[in-house]
Design a protein around this ligand. Structure first.
Ligand SMILES: [Zn+2]
Length: 95
């Protein structure tokens, strides 16, 4: 009997201990259950991953702040250069 839908089924001859029928919905459910079981058995894996993403988040934040700061600086710099270029251009066209 399928543990998901409760319907009787014939287990695969290669998997005589099969507990879920071959219906797509039941197979999906079985995969979800497998993932949960795997997670319960491997808590370290996810703790490690969490720490990584936390670190990555901090780094991404830092980079974003850095870019924000320096973008203003470069904007000013470019603006000044443009103003100077415009001035130079104005001079030459006068001539
Ligand atoms: Zn089923």
């Amino acid at each position: 009997m399928c543990t998901v839908c409760g319907q009787p089924f014939y287990p695969n001859k290669y998997h005589p201990n099969q507990e879920v029928c071959s219906a797509a919905q039941c197979q999906k459910e079985r995969q979800l259950q497998n993932q949960k079981t795997w997670r319960n058995h491997n808590p370290q894996y996810f703790r490690y991953k969490d720490r990584q993403t936390e670190w990555e988040k901090k780094r991404a934040n830092y980079l974003a702040n850095w870019r924000q700061k320096h973008r203003d600086y470069f904007k000013q710099y470019r603006l000044k250069r443009k103003q100077k270029a415009d001035l130079d251009l104005g001079k030459s066209s006068e001539g």
